[in-house]
Design a binder for this molecule. Structure first.
Ligand SMILES: Nc1ncnc2c1ncn2[C@@H]1O[C@H](COP(=O)(O)OP(=O)(O)O)[C@@H](O)[C@H]1O
Ligand SMILES: NC(=O)OP(=O)(O)O
Length: 315
């Protein structure tokens, strides 16, 4: 397999388990880096993106708890920037440590990245992006009774705060990201879906939202003309009839077939559906590209392009 330009989007389990301490997240990222380094050993050029849903929600709670006139809570765009920075810092060092252990010479950088959205995006009227901890129904109802916050049930896993999640239109730093990756630098970018901004003439202005990292990664893969968009999550494959006795794993799938499954409601909103939609959008917009949805543990399958769920425009 020749050298490829790959955008890898890291799912929640690559960063956070039960323990939300900095030390535990750094440890989880070290484990993740041990898998990711296989792309570098394979000679691929790597761009890494990651989520921030649990972290940005936790940070908002900390902001609210300490809010005072002298120490005001930061707005959501700034909280996204803060989590992009902290996770990028952990991941950059985790990658550097593993590269050093394997005696691989490679530069790694994490980049503060802003993603432009449309201020008229209907998502601002309808919050859908789950962030922060899972609550019980009773806890969520109590929170909603004394604030404007909206909580929704998240794919059978509990109740979570939801915030607007507009679609990415463009990525401010995409040219420099391309320059970095083309020079062989492992680039960590669009963390947490990117800092959401709207364009006001020649300036940008932050907006209160959390962009879905799978859509931001898709936009990035399109802008840098990646050969492969890899979406890493908690399962080796996308399934139809998921979690039922009839469940069937999907291996090589065309966009046409995937769209048929979407019509049948095979993919849960807020979990697998955005990944499938991002994969479809990438290969439709850039038919030379391929998208793979799989787990971190199955990177060997990605290296050979034989494992995971591979989505292409071809029938
Ligand atoms: N049809 C499906 N096929 C496979 N997994 C599915 C499906 N529907 C829902 N899921 C669940 O969605 C999860 C991925 O979503 P989520 O955990 O929100 O993403 P992330 O890894 O980005 O944090 C999978 O680990 C799986 O539990
Ligand atoms: N921003 C984002 O999509 O985060 P998660 O993947 O953690 O939900």
């Amino acid at each position: 397999m020749g050298k490829r330009k790959i955008v890898v989007a890291l799912g929640g389990n690559a960063i956070l388990s039960e323990d939300a301490s900095a030390a535990a997240q750094q440890q989880a990222l070290k484990h993740t880096a041990e898998f990711l380094v296989q792309f570098i050993e394979n000679g691929d050029d790597l761009i890494i993106s990651h989520g921030n849903g649990p972290q940005v929600g936790n940070l908002l709670l900390q902001q609210e708890a300490a809010n005072s006139e002298k120490n005001p809570a930061m707005p959501l765009d700034t909280c996204v920037a803060m989590t992009q920075g902290s996770i990028g810092y952990w991941l950059q060092n985790a990658m550097n440590d593993v590269l050093t252990e394997r005696q691989l010479e490679k530069e790694v950088v994490s980049l503060v990245t802003q993603v432009v959205v449309d201020e008229k995006d209907p998502a601002f009227e309808k919050p859908t992006k789950p962030i922060g901890p899972f609550l019980t129904k009773e806890e969520a109802e109590k929170e909603m009774s004394h604030s404007n916050a909206v909580f929704k049930e998240d794919a059978g896993r509990g109740w979570r705060k939801v915030v607007p999640s507009p679609k990415p239109i463009s990525i401010k730093e995409h040219k420099v990201i391309n320059q970095l990756v083309n020079s062989g630098v492992v680039t960590i970018t669009v963390g947490g879906g990117g800092i959401p901004v709207v364009q006001k003439e020649n300036k940008v202005q932050g907006v209160e939202a959390v962009i879905d990292k799978d859509f931001a990664s898709q936009k990035l893969a399109e802008l840098v003309k990646a050969d492969l968009l890899v979406i890493l999550t908690g399962v080796d494959n996308v399934f139809v009839n998921y979690n039922t006795p009839e469940q069937k794993k999907l291996e090589r799938v065309s966009v046409k077939e995937m769209k048929q499954y979407m019509e049948e409601d095979q993919f849960a909103a807020g979990s697998m559906l955005p990944k499938v939609e991002a994969a479809i959008q990438f290969v439709e917009g850039y038919p030379e590209g391929k998208a793979i949805i799989t787990s971190l543990e199955n990177i060997q399958g990605v290296l050979t392009e034989e494992g995971g769920t591979i989505i292409t425009v071809m029938d």
